[in-house]
Design a protein around this ligand. Structure first.
Ligand SMILES: [Cu+2]
Length: 319
């Protein structure tokens, strides 16, 4: 799972040169807005959904569920292109919740063999959902066409620095990917984080974990992809030190045990793990937790650095 990095095309120039000539009263260096070219391909492919190697006929962005994490900074421009290869069987689309642009023009479904491009400025900081909106949208989301975009605040000092960051995306898994009626009837088989059943549960066959060191501020960017169920997000054995609604530093809550994130929403959760041990992060809606939505944060002094979205060895390579 890669984080999409950008190429810088444009630096917004300022009047800094004039101040340099004057030699006095230098202003703080302004953050330079960037332009990110982000391309994704709709890929209809099998993914592995648990440690036994069970496969699922997914629809994906770039071959994984969730799709790649996109990361930009508040004020940056995203030039996005979606390709729907001719080898696919279905229309697909892209809807970025971080964008404020016309839905009809930009989020329309394209047929196999077509591409679509649109541009937006990520004006508001936070953690945002992205997803396919092609009809039936409930099925395109249920089959895996979703992901997360982080819009970092322009001023990094607006909130505490995180020692470690993770992205978790919750969704429901319907084992018959063609049973759209079951999706409407909420008859899911599992609730999962990052596309896998108990993916970060070390006591389950093939399961991984999330690592941290005692005393670290762990920041979890959490997205609820749905399509239908609410998440009641809770760290067992801990308390969220801070919760930021939609991941916006201005929306700060303190000392929260459980926080509800509805389908299509997202929030950022900070926890400072007090001591070594295991801290299962769950949706406290227990039918979801006990069917797959448990991610164990293991705090240990020798914890290694980890990627934003760790993939355990049972991921199939993207085609
Ligand atoms: Cu789709």
């Amino acid at each position: 799972m890669s984080t999409i990095r950008s190429r810088i095309h444009l630096a917004i120039t300022t009047g800094l040169g004039m101040f340099l000539l004057a030699g006095i009263n230098l202003p703080p260096t302004p953050a330079l807005a960037k332009v990110h070219e982000v391309s994704m391909t709709a890929i209809e492919t099998d993914i592995v959904i648990d440690g036994s190697g069970e496969k699922y006929a997914a629809w994906t962005f770039n071959g994984t569920v969730p799709g790649p994490v996109v990361r930009v900074t508040e004020g940056d421009t995203v030039k996005f292109t979606l390709t729907n290869p001719a080898t696919n069987k279905n229309p697909h689309a892209m809807d970025f919740h971080a964008a404020e642009i016309d839905f009809l023009k930009n989020y329309r479904a394209i047929n196999a063999g077509e591409t679509i491009s649109f541009t937006f400025v990520a004006k508001k900081p936070g953690i945002f959902y992205y997803h396919c909106g092609a009809p039936p949208m409930i099925q395109h989301i249920a089959r895996g066409m979703f992901g997360a975009i982080i819009v970092d605040p322009k001023n990094a000092k607006v909130w505490p620095k995180a020692d470690r960051e993770y992205v978790l995306v919750q969704s429901e898994l319907f084992k018959n990917p063609d049973d759209v009626q079951a999706m409407f009837d909420r008859k899911f088989d599992n609730v999962i984080f990052n596309g896998g059943i108990f993916k970060y549960h070390p006591f389950v066959t093939g399961g991984g974990k999330l690592d941290a060191k005692p005393g670290e501020r762990v920041r979890i960017y959490f997205v609820n992809a749905g399509p239908n169920e609410f998440s009641s997000f809770h760290p067992i054995g801990e308390i969220w030190d801070n919760v930021y609604e939609s991941g916006n530093p201005a929306n700060k809550l303190t000392g929260v045990q459980t926080y509800v994130v509805g389908p299509g929403s997202a929030a950022t959760f900070d926890v400072v793990v007090e001591s070594a041990g295991a801290y299962p992060i769950v949706t406290h809606s227990l039918t979801g937790a006990l069917r797959g939505a448990i991610a164990v944060l293991v705090a240990s002094p020798d914890a290694k650095p980890a990627p934003l979205m760790p993939m355990v060895p049972w991921e199939l390579p993207a085609k």
